[in-house]
Design a protein. Structure first.
Length: 262
């Protein structure tokens, strides 16, 4: 069955197969049975094949009617536009019966986006916005922006991710320089011996690894919490022992350095 679009004096959005979107009036061509006439004005128009029209989106929609094997989609003058925003609040997953999904209706897109920003700042999850167009209690258009919103990240979280990525990239570049130096001057064995000695230098006869508190004394949150021994009268602000070697990022995060026990 052929689709025939008639917008009369109303402007509509017309989407074509080449990706072009135009706003104009449209009606069947009086000259060609398989074409539509797209009119920008009374003296500015063009003819388009039916097969080249993907969709015609009206500002409002009356019920379609059939005549002589043709489906006529006539445009009306009134419709209801509804913005609905949903979230599971702090729940990570949506329940099968949607019982943990709360929903709010907003008057316009501005109010909707403001509520979205508020929910996102509160850490709410699974936020989605739906746009619904109703006519005579019938749903004509329903569009969900859930996919795009899930890609949106709170600004503070994005900044943290960017900073972490910068630190990672800097570390990787530094590692490449070290490896290039070692390979160029063929000092793999020398570097291995240095690395072994470096890690042994802070290890005492009891198998404990000692570290210096460079900027602050031992206190809650000032060093990794699993230390086993402390000596307050050595180093800048004391030294602390672990039964394991600390990782490089731990030394950086807590401003600690190896304490030579030899």
């Amino acid at each position: 069955m052929r689709n025939v679009y008639e917008s009369n004096t109303d402007m509509v959005k017309i989407t074509l197969v080449n990706g072009q979107t135009v706003t104009a009036r449209i009606h069947p061509s009086e000259l060609h049975e398989t074409q539509h006439k797209i009119c920008y004005s009374s003296d500015d128009y063009l003819f388009v094949n039916d097969a080249d029209i993907i969709s015609v989106t009206p500002l409002s929609y009356n019920k379609a009617k059939h005549k002589d094997g043709v489906l006529y989609r006539n445009l009306g003058t009134s419709m209801q536009l509804i913005y609905t925003i949903e979230t599971t609040m702090h729940d990570t997953d949506v329940k099968n019966d949607y019982s943990n999904m709360i929903q709010r209706q907003c008057k316009n897109i501005t109010d909707t986006l403001e509520l979205f920003n508020t929910w996102q700042a509160a850490g709410y999850k699974n936020i989605s916005i739906q746009t619904i167009v109703n006519m005579d209690n019938d749903t004509l258009i329903e569009d969900s922006s859930e996919t795009m919103l899930e890609l949106s990240i709170n600004n503070s979280e994005m900044q943290e991710l960017k900073q972490e990525n910068k630190r990672l990239q800097a570390t990787l570049k530094q590692k490449e320089v070290y490896e290039a130096f070692i390979n160029k001057y063929k000092v793999q064995d020398t570097f291995k011996k240095f690395k072994d000695d470096y890690h042994k230098s802070n290890k005492d006869a009891n198998g404990l690894y000692w570290y210096e508190m460079r900027l602050r004394p031992v206190s809650i949150g000032c060093q990794p919490s699993d230390f086993v021994k402390v000596e307050h009268n050595k180093g800048n602000h004391g030294i602390v022992a672990y039964d394991r070697p600390l990782k490089e990022n731990e030394l950086i995060d807590y401003d600690m350095s190896l304490w030579n026990v030899s």
